[in-house]
Design a protein around this ligand. Structure first.
Ligand SMILES: *Cc1c(COP(=O)(O)O)cnc(C)c1O
Length: 396
């Protein structure tokens, strides 16, 4: 059998390659941080990690991870409800709820699992899930696993959301689902308006804060802080893999009965292993750092403002954003790839995105700012953008 199947795969892979969609891995031989070393020996400034607060290689988290390893060992060899729950897991769940101003939290191995396991236990074919068209793949997959009726509205389009809410009045329960920050444009979802519509049309609200937690809002508490609506979002999902240390892990936090039900019925929680104690202990320390000081959030916001202002002044076409994602619009797919390659030669590591990751004719370079960047790093990046931009005729 395999011979024939192998030929099929070889052909499909060739098509992927010829379509220019083949994904390569770039090998890094240093820790994740502002300046990384590649296997080629080249040292580059990293502007494509989700390391928004610069915590991926933070000494406090490394120390806490080692302590967790020493006090609670390496692995749990169990799911949470059999023998995979330690005092550390409970503490981290409590700290995440405190951070977001919610009632309770359930941890998962990843945010992908949190989103994969949130809909099916809570909603049935009688209910409605109303989802933003640009929501993350894990939300789309989670919705697919659930029998609820599906409604979709174009990205952040509140008039369209209202129409869907009207249609969904026939359903028993309604939930509106959105990313907090959309990863390709860096725009913040209008969650204040979503909450208003939810109140008007009797719906619940779920926000995936993976790209917004730690970033959006004065102290990084996400969209609830940014829009001053703490307590009005019924369900928040998020990751420990971006701002919050960048290792692994996800969570759902929100109303306590919802979390209680997820502990009874959420399949990735019931049937997948518990997070290792070292990751959980580092997560606890991370949450403590978040409440001790806003230094990292302040630095991230300053860095973002600084970079955006300089790039705008240089004449680049930049999407307005309140996140740490800066989309430098180039529109042409090939140009985005050539631009990114030339930036790498200048020691700046960014990724160019084009169709189908973004709409046709909207190719761009995505720059992700971090509290781990220093002003000199930002200057180096801006200067490289200006040099390459002039070479390629993007700016004058
Ligand atoms: C990154 C991301 C995820 C997945 O997070 P993991 O913890 O890596 O699985 C889920 N949702 C959104 C919106 C994300 O940006």
């Amino acid at each position: 059998m395999y011979g024939e199947y192998k030929n099929h795969l070889v052909k499909e892979i060739k098509d992927i390659r010829e379509g220019g969609l083949y994904k390569e891995e770039r090998i890094i031989v240093s820790p994740q941080r502002a300046e990384i070393e590649l296997a080629s020996g080249q040292k580059v400034l990293n502007f494509c990690a989700n390391n928004y607060l610069g915590l991926s290689n933070h000494p406090e988290l490394i120390k806490a991870a080692k302590e967790g390893l020493d006090t609670h060992g390496y692995g749990m060899s169990s799911v949470r409800f059999i023998c995979g729950t330690t005092d550390l897991h409970k503490t981290l769940e409590k700290k995440i709820a405190e951070f977001f101003g919610t009632e309770d939290t359930i941890l998962y191995a990843a945010a992908f699992d949190a989103n994969g396991g949130v809909f099916e236990p809570l909603f049935t074919e009688e209910d409605a899930i109303i989802s933003d068209s640009l929501n993350h793949a894990s939300i789309i997959d989670g919705v697919r696993l659930c029998k609820a009726e599906r409604y979709r509205y174009p990205n952040a389009d509140m008039a369209a959301l209202e129409e869907e809410l009207k249609k969904a009045q026939k359903n028993r329960f309604r939930v509106i689902v959105t990313d907090g920050v959309f990863s390709m444009d860096g725009n913040v979802a209008p969650v204040d308006k979503i909450v208003e519509l939810a109140e008007k049309y009797d719906a619940m609200v779920m926000v995936d804060e993976s790209h917004s937690a730690g970033v959006v809002g004065a102290t990084g508490r996400g969209v609830s802080e940014y829009f001053n609506i703490t307590g009005k979002i019924d369900l928040i999902t998020g990751t420990l893999g971006k701002s919050f240390g960048g290792a692994i892990g996800g969570f759902t936090t929100g109303r306590k009965e919802i979390i209680e039900m997820l502990r009874q019925r959420s399949r990735p929680y019931l049937f997948s292993n518990s997070l290792p104690p070292m990751v959980v202990n580092a997560g606890i320390r991370m949450m403590e750092m978040m409440s001790e000081t806003n230094e990292l959030q302040d630095k991230l916001h300053q860095n973002t403002d600084y970079f955006m202002a300089k790039m705008g002044k240089a004449g680049f076409d930049i999407k307005p954003t309140k996140s740490a994602i800066c989309a430098v619009m180039l529109y042409d797919a090939k140009l985005s790839q050539d631009f990114a390659a030339k930036l790498l030669d200048e020691g700046i590591y960014v990724i160019g995105f084009y169709y189908p990751v973004v709409p046709k004719g909207e190719a761009r370079i995505r720059v992700q700012l971090s509290a781990g960047h220093e002003t000199k790093d930002l200057d180096k990046a801006v200067n490289a953008f200006i040099k390459v931009g002039k070479e390629l005729g993007v700016i004058k």
